[in-house]
Structures are given as structure tokens and as C-alpha cells.
Design a protein around this ligand. Structure first.
Ligand SMILES: Nc1ncnc2c1ncn2[C@@H]1O[C@H](COP(=O)(O)OP(=O)(O)O)[C@@H](O)[C@H]1O
Ligand SMILES: [Mg+2]
Length: 265
């Protein structure tokens, strides 16, 4: 698995105005890496994820997946969106089976893959429930299980935990790391939560908005499980805060500003 992003630019026309969502982004993503794309609302994170997925195309530059130009979505690149995107009329079991049926997986294999993922995500008891009977955390587990059961080489996650309360969010972050360790594939996760990025990532790509550019790529060398109160953790956090708000001297004031602008209470 390799992803090469070369000089990618993407703009949108909004009325008569041209919004440059991404400006000459270049990045190589490694095999089995956990990469986080971090930045405030509107800096182009979702746009970049959609381009990697093949849901949209760059205006300029190119994205190569295993050396081939990305032109359309593919089952090698699974996507999980913030709003779960589950089918409300299907049970958990059928939501997960849906992708396997589309991909025409052998019926004998289907059952064993389904069981594998119900088990991995501890969803056995919820298998016959409908999405409206599930908590937000459970819905997101189903969405991730549905994407993973197609055995992608790369999983793209767009703010998967943003709608969850902080306690549940931390629990699912641990769960996601556990699953990443089992699956041994590349994860690219979009977030506007600085601590989430430091807790999860091997490398953090910090984006700045208008136009969306790479500010810095920060490797996180802390061993896992990581502690949010560890002095190195806090050092990286303060470094990112300063990157995103170079003129500020008061770190906690800035954190509040970033979090508020991102719509988190
Ligand atoms: N389909 C679209 N049409 C018009 N503008 C868009 C569209 N998608 C994104 N944008 C604009 O591009 C910029 C980046 O958006 P987005 O990638 O959604 O940011 P993020 O995910 O970091 O919040 C924003 O200014 C947004 O309004
Ligand atoms: Mg977004």
C-alpha cells in the first residue's frame, strides 16, 4: 500500500467567489501508518480525504494509490463519515453485510467475515437491532466494521468521533487503536481535536486554512498507550497550538478558541 499526493490543488466556486480549499498539497503516506489530518474547521480536511477516496478529483496535481492514479472510489479504500451513514431500514447485521453483497463476496466467506467483525467490534448482541436503537458510539462501530469487512488496504475516517461525548470518544479512540493493531492497515483520520491527533497518530499533518496548506508534519514518537498528561504529550500539544495561532502567547485561551470555532461545547 502506498499513497502519494503530488501538488494537489482544489477550489470551489461559491457564488462569484473562488474558494481555494487545498493549495499545492504534497504528502507520502506509509504502509500501516496511523496518520491524522488536523486543522480548524474549513481548512480542507474533508476535501483532502474525499480526493484520496476518489469521491472527488483535484483541479491540479495527482494522487497515486499503489502507483495508480486515483480516479474513482475503490474497495481498497474504505471510508467512514462523521454522520455514520448507516441504512436506517437495515439491522446492524444487514448494514455490515450490505458492502459484502455489493462486492459479490462468496456467500460462505460472507458469514465468516460478518462473524469476525461482529466479534471484533463486540456487536454480537446488537446484530439484530436497527440504527435508531443504537447509541452514537455503537453506530460509529457499525460504520467502521462495515468499511473494514471489505478488507480495504487503507481506511479513511472523517471526524468519526466528533459527535460523541468526551468519555465515549476516549473509549472509541482506544478501540480504534486496538483494531488498527489487529488489521495492520493504514488509517488516515481527520480531526479538529489536537489531543485526539496526538493520542492516535504516528504522524500529524497540521493544515492551515484559506487556502488549505500543510503547515507542518509532526511525528509522534510516544509509546502507546499514551498518557494525555505526559510532559511530552503536552509539549507536542503546545507546539501545535502555537503553529495554528502563531501570534498568541496564551495557550489555554487559544485551545478554547479552536475548540469553540469547531463547534464543540
Ligand atoms: N462542495 C463544496 N462546494 C463549495 N465549497 C466547498 C465544498 N466543499 C468544501 N468547500 C469549501 O472548501 C473549504 C474546505 O472545506 P472542507 O474540506 O469541508 O473543510 P474541513 O473538513 O477542514 O472543515 C471550505 O471553505 C468549504 O466551505
Ligand atoms: Mg470536514
Amino acid at each position: 500500500m502506498s499513497v502519494e499526493i503530488h501538488n494537489v490543488t482544489k477550489s470551489f466556486k461559491v457564488g462569484t467567489e473562488e474558494v481555494i480549499a487545498l493549495d499545492r498539497i504534497s504528502l507520502s503516506i506509509k504502509e500501516k501508518e496511523f496518520l491524522c489530518l488536523l486543522g480548524p474547521s474549513g481548512c480542507g480536511k474533508s476535501t483532502l480525504l474525499k480526493l484520496i477516496a476518489g469521491i472527488d478529483q483535484p483541479d491540479d496535481g495527482e494522487i497515486l494509490f499503489d502507483g495508480q492514479r486515483v480516479r474513482e472510489p475503490s474497495k481498497e479504500r474504505g471510508v467512514v463519515f462523521q454522520d455514520y451513514a448507516l441504512f436506517p431500514w437495515l439491522t446492524v447485521r444487514k448494514n455490515i453485510l450490505f458492502g459484502l453483497e455489493l462486492a459479490k463476496v462468496d456467500p460462505h466467506k460472507k458469514k465468516s467475515i460478518l462473524d469476525e467483525y461482529l466479534q471484533l467490534f463486540e456487536l454480537h448482541e446488537a446484530a439484530d437491532l436497527y440504527p435508531n436503537q443504537l447509541s452514537g458510539g455503537m453506530k460509529q462501530r457499525v460504520a467502521i466494521a462495515r468499511a473494514l469487512c471489505l478488507k480495504p488496504e487503507l481506511l479513511l475516517l472523517d471526524e468519526p468521533f466528533a459527535a460523541l461525548d468526551p468519555f465515549l470518544r476516549q473509549k472509541l479512540q482506544d478501540e480504534l487503536l486496538r483494531i488498527w493493531n489487529v488489521e495492520k492497515i493504514t488509517f488516515i483520520l481527520v480531526t479538529h481535536d489536537i489531543e485526539e491527533a496526538i493520542y492516535l497518530a504516528d504522524r500529524i499533518v497540521v493544515l492551515t486554512p484559506k487556502p488549505g496548506k500543510i503547515n507542518e508534519v509532526i511525528p509522534v514518537h510516544l509509546p502507546r498507550p499514551r498518557s494525555r498528561t505526559d510532559s511530552h504529550f503536552i509539549e507536542i500539544r503546545n507546539r501545535i497550538i502555537r503553529l495554528l495561532n502563531p501570534q498568541s502567547t496564551n495557550d489555554s485561551e487559544v485551545t478554547n478558541k479552536i475548540t469553540m470555532s469547531a463547534g464543540i461545547p
